[in-house]
Design a protein. Structure first.
Length: 457
């Protein structure tokens, strides 16, 4: 019924790091009936600080089996059983990513003993495995080794079963309860087949028309949450009653999922996607230079000239200009928010660097204005963003040319080398550019730069 698991790895990133050890204790609801533990050769370097933490060195795993060699055994031991672990999502994600690398979809129900212990034993100072075992008197030997941690988790789980079996079973069946709240025209088997991977999903009505589009790093989990939350709202009930089928497109990484979601919403205009359906912008903020050499900002109706920032309304444009001025100590007159007079409102409030009375040089003002506008612009006009693909060998690439989104492609990095913009154009799937997509890419690049690999041309 339960597979109690602990893993050790070469690092803390499930997408990049690999397993170095795994322990599995099979529990039938009364006691442990089977044990399995092995070191794993991660086929990658184990950093010294990880070795110091776990005690597992590169020399120890040199002769150990690789994950593909033990995948069938792990699959067999966990098949049809609920995964139990302390911080279950961490262990589960590492295991599922290892299976993904060998081309196998690994999907199991999970039960987290951290969350469960908080419910059964509230008020403790800490719920880390070490502190928890110390608090309730469970011996924990060989900390940060898979067998020792899994053995302690098994004792903890056994204790919680004996203390409050009803709560344990209730927690274990939570996924079942969530899945029971399905739309009337969707079968559980359809949900079970959904991937726990990153991509875009589509809800369709009885005629095949797309009525909702979303994205998630785990499509299956997100769709289950759709069906189990906010189910009393009128809009939610209406959408659920209309869903007859679910489709999805895997993207391999979150940025491409965000881009594709925005793109598809504008293409299909689904009934229940209130946000993101906007196709047209009517206004734009333009950068101009006055007779004195000061760069100014001006809000006006869109022209054939490319604006610094397109906007849906005059009001939203005024809000952006005011925010720019306030957060960067820019003169409101030069930001187009006040007509010419001796002093702008920011100056009287101490928030202007005196551009309005020209005591700041044009060069200094223009430099600060450029820096303020950086958040709305790509740092380089011509580049590509490379990300993880749908398989270990595959990569995605998003193309930006002349500061405009061009499209994306999937490619095999072992057989396709992209070093020039001409090579990129040959494989790219051209897509319509849109200000919303540019905002998504710029925002993601600023928030998660370490997740991206850039090629500049």
């Amino acid at each position: 019924m339960f597979a109690i698991i602990d893993v050790e790895a070469s690092g803390g990133n499930p997408k990049k790091d690999k397993l170095t050890e795994i322990a599995i204790f099979i529990h039938n609801g009364k006691r442990v009936i089977e044990q399995y533990c092995t070191l794993i050769n991660p086929e990658t370097y184990i950093p010294p600080f990880i070795s110091a933490l776990t005690g597992i060195s590169n020399e120890m795993v040199a002769e150990a089996p690789t994950f593909p060699q033990i995948a069938d055994k792990i699959n067999e031991l966990t098949q049809g059983r609920i995964i139990v672990a302390h911080n279950a999502r961490f262990d589960y994600t590492f295991i599922s990513n290892e299976f993904k690398r060998v081309g196998i979809r690994f999907q199991r129900k999970q039960l987290c003993t951290v969350r469960l212990s908080r419910n059964i034993m509230p008020g403790l100072a800490s719920y880390s495995l070490g502190r928890l075992c110390e608090e309730i008197g469970i011996p924990l030997e060989h900390r940060h080794r898979a067998f020792g941690d899994a053995a302690a988790t098994a004792e903890l789980f056994d204790l919680m079963l004996k203390t409050n079996r009803k709560a344990v079973i209730s927690e274990a069946m939570q996924e079942e309860i969530r899945q029971s709240i399905l739309p009337p025209n969707i079968k559980r088997e359809q949900v079970d087949e959904l991937p726990e991977e990153t991509g875009v999903y589509y809800f369709r009505d009885e005629f095949g028309k797309i009525i909702y589009i979303g994205k998630s790093n785990s499509i299956r989990d997100r769709i289950i949450s759709h069906f189990s939350s906010d189910h009393h709202s009128e809009k939610h009930v209406a959408m659920k009653n209309k869903i007859h089928s679910i489709d999805f497109t895997l993207t391999g990484n979150e940025l491409l999922a965000l881009v594709l979601e925005s793109q598809e919403i504008k293409r299909w205009m689904p009934q229940f996607n209130a946000a993101g359906r906007r196709k047209r912008y009517r206004y734009g903020i333009y950068r101009e230079e006055n007779a004195e050499g000061f760069h100014t900002l001006r809000l006006k109706m869109l022209t054939l000239e490319e604006p610094v920032l397109p906007l849906s309304s005059r009001r939203s444009g005024e809000e952006v200009l005011l925010r720019l001025g306030e957060s960067n100590n820019l003169c409101l007159q030069l930001c187009g928010m006040e007509k010419q007079k001796s002093l702008c409102a920011h100056y009287t409030q101490g928030g202007c660097e005196q551009g309005c009375i020209r005591s700041e040089s044009p060069e200094e003002h223009n430099r600060r204005l450029s820096k303020a506008l950086d958040r709305y612009l790509f740092e380089h006009p011509d580049f590509a963003i490379v990300g993880e693909g749908r398989t270990p060998q595959e990569r995605t690439i998003i193309s930006i040319e002349n500061g405009q989104y061009q499209g994306f492609a999937f490619f095999d990095e072992a057989s396709v080398q992209i070093t020039t913009s001409e090579q990129l154009r040959q494989i790219i799937q051209p897509q319509p550019n849109h200000p919303d997509i540019q905002k998504i890419i710029i925002s993601y690049m600023k928030k998660k730069p370490k997740e991206l690999s850039l090629i500049r041309y």
